[in-house]
Design a protein around this ligand. Structure first.
Ligand code: ADP
Ligand code: ZN
Length: 606
């Protein structure tokens, strides 16, 4: 029997395990039950795929995501592992063939949809075959309180009752303790060892910028960091999704819209192009994302504020599942906070729910305003402590923190003197001494605060108001069209008993600093650009010929590594992560020909 590390190297082409993969694999291959909590992209699949190969017999993998099953099977087949899928997409003929292969022990892994698994027919088939392992992926689907509840998951306890000697491994990226307890109870995993990994996604770089013409900022971000890469741009409304997709397309970014208002066929077509294609940017509402397992999404951008840190983390988590560098980028402004507040206030929910929602929004706004490491704050929210990460905007270009007490007093007094009936725009006009029609009509040019803040520009004032709202010193009144009101916290500031410290508003400065820093740090740093383009083109054609998504052939990181190293021979190729024995044999000659090292020994690929 091959040991785990040998399988990792020869079959999957990776040099080392990411702890605790090795421990989990040992435990499960040795016959133990396990519950694995690991973030998306952490490498859960290998935790059951390698024991499946080690244990002999067939592993049965339960997964609710049809597209994901097909991808996994395609990737395993590419790597030379005997895998198949049984779900509603197969015709009867093919399903029978798979069942026969399974019963005869010709499969290492069989992926099955939960509703199929619990049928008497399939349980009967299981009894005739030799199941060696049960893997229950997306195990949080058993939780009745979660978003992804699947009733059939509850019935999966039958596996333990019928086959008590077969080890089980349940896996999820959902961290909270309640869900964990529910998984253990409902799947009868009391004897399972629990493996909890850090929920950090170290390859994701978090950046949050003050909104200043959001779309243009987004375009600059895409052009500087992710030209030609796949990404998701989340917007709050369907109309904004449409507008953003059209606007980006007109500027040379291949963008498509996705929202629940599009008909099913259009949605499916756009999703397909996003998954299979290279470099499609999807402008989308949060309707897009559930169950999409494209590993090479290079960025997730937010043009509108999500409603909580949980949502933000889940949405940004769709970037970089392949472990290669990826970006979570967000532009936010005062109007975002006001808008989200209004949505909470105007919702039909009860007061308790609204209170919780407001607190969650506040936590997210706090994350956006912090001058400290974003990752430390994110992980702390989920109960993990960590050190500054070196891979977020605040770590890369630490913002200066300035004392804004005096300006804050001016702003608060402008609110007070106008009767707390106006939004930031009008208040800023007063502070800057602009005699607009409205200012004149209302006689606000005669206020004591008129013109006291003319030394600060519009943008600085906006940043200050945003900060005051974010810190709960001002509150946006939903019933009065976002008019700003003073909270009790404002009093101490007006009296000079408390100071206001905030990050310096340095939109342009940090943008400049960052682009200089990262120009040489883009995901394919050091790669031969011409070669990388040839490799991508080859991958696209090969994927098309095999009828699989491009990333099933090779991940971005593998192509980038080939382009960076330009290996001259088979041995050099074999050392590149992601190239196992089977792929080396199948694609080695073509790759070497592309690199130009193997001369004319190979004809046109595919
Ligand atoms: P999850 O299911 O936890 O979201 P996957 O199992 O899909 O994550 O793994 C994410 C990515 O990490 C995949 O591209 C996988 O090939 C890669 N990966 C997993 N384990 C390793 C490892 N030990 N070394 C290198 N890459 C790995
Ligand atoms: Zn950081």
């Amino acid at each position: 029997m091959m040991d785990a590390l040998a399988i990792l190297k020869t079959v999957f082409g990776y040099p080392a395990f990411r702890p605790p993969q090795d421990e989990i694999i040992d435990h499960v291959a040795g016959g133990g039950d396990a519950l694995v909590l690991m973030p998306t992209g952490g490498g859960k699949s290998l935790c059951y795929q390698i024991p499946a190969i080690m244990r002999g017999g067939s592993a049965v993998v339960v997964s609710p995501l049809i597209a994901l099953m097909a991808d996994q099977v395609a990737a395993l087949t590419e790597a030379g592992v005997r895998a198949a899928v049984l779900n509603s997409t197969l015709d009867a003929e093919r399903a029978r063939q798979v069942e026969q292969d399974f019963a005869a022990g010709r499969l290492d892994l069989l992926y099955v949809a939960p509703e199929r698994l619990v049928t008497p027919r399939f349980l009967d088939l299981l009894g005739r075959a030799t199941p060696a392992l049960f893997a229950i992926d997306e195990a949080h689907c058993v939780s009745q309180w979660g978003h992804d509840f699947r009733p059939e998951y509850i019935e999966l306890a039958v596996l333990h009752e019928r086959f008590p000697a077969v080890p089980r491994i349940a896996l999820t990226a959902t961290a909270d303790a309640l869900t964990r307890q529910e998984i253990v109870a409902r799947l009868k995993l009391d004897a399972a060892r629990i493996f909890i990994s850090s929920f950090d996604r170290p390859n994701i770089r978090y950046t949050i910028v003050p909104k200043d013409g959001g779309r243009e900022q987004l375009l600059r971000f895409i052009e500087q960091r992710h030209r030609g890469a796949a990404g998701i741009v989340y917007c709050l409304s369907r109309r904004k999704v449409e507008e953003t997709a059209a606007w980006l397309s007109a500027r040379g970014v291949a963008a498509l819209p996705y929202h629940a208002g599009l008909d099913a066929a259009t949605r499916a077509a756009h999703q397909q192009r996003f998954v299979d294609g290279e470099g499609i940017v999807m402008a989308a509402t949060i309707a897009f994302g559930m169950g999409i397992d494209k590993p090479d999404v290079r960025f997730v951008a937010h043009l509108d504020l999500p409603k909580s840190i949980e949502s933000y983390y889940q949405e940004t988590g769709r970037a970089g599942r392949d472990g290669a560098p990826a970006d979570a980028w967000m532009a936010y402004g005062l109007s975002d906070v006001v808008q989200q507040r209004r949505m909470i206030d105007e919702s039909e929910a009860d007061e308790d729910f609204k209170r919780v929602s407001r607190a969650k929004l506040e936590a997210l706004v706090g994350l956006a305003e912090t001058p400290h490491c974003r990752r430390v704050q994110l992980l702390a929210y989920f109960g993990e402590s960590s050190a500054p990460c070196g891979n977020c905007d605040n770590c890369i270009a630490p913002p200066r923190v300035v004392d804004a007490t005096e300006a804050a007093q001016m702003a608060l007094s402008a609110v007070y003197r106008t009767g707390a009936r106006f939004g930031a725009g009008h208040l800023i006009d007063i502070l800057r001494g602009r005699t607009t029609e409205r200012v004149a009509t209302l006689g606000h040019d005669r206020l004591k605060t008129f013109g006291v803040g003319s030394d600060r520009d519009e943008r600085q004032w906006r940043a200050l108001f945003r900060h005051l709202v974010a810190s709960g010193i001002l509150i946006a009144d939903a019933e009065a069209y976002g008019a700003l009101r003073l909270t009790t916290a404002a009093r101490a500031i007006l009296k000079g008993e408390q100071s206001v410290q905030m990050r310096e508003n340095t939109v342009e400065a940090t943008a400049r600093k960052r682009s200089r820093r990262t120009a040489d740090e883009s995901p394919a740093a050091g790669a031969d650009a011409g070669l990388l383009a040839r490799l991508r083109d080859w991958r696209r054609r090969t994927a098309q010929a095999h009828g699989v998504p491009a990333y099933v052939i090779f991940h971005d990181a593998t192509l980038a590594e080939i382009a960076a190293r330009s290996p001259a021979d088979v041995d050099g190729l074999a050392g590149i992560p992601g190239i196992g024995a089977k792929k080396l044999e199948r694609y080695g000659p073509e790759l070497l020909a592309l690199i130009g090292a193997a001369g004319d020994t190979v004809d046109a690929p595919v």
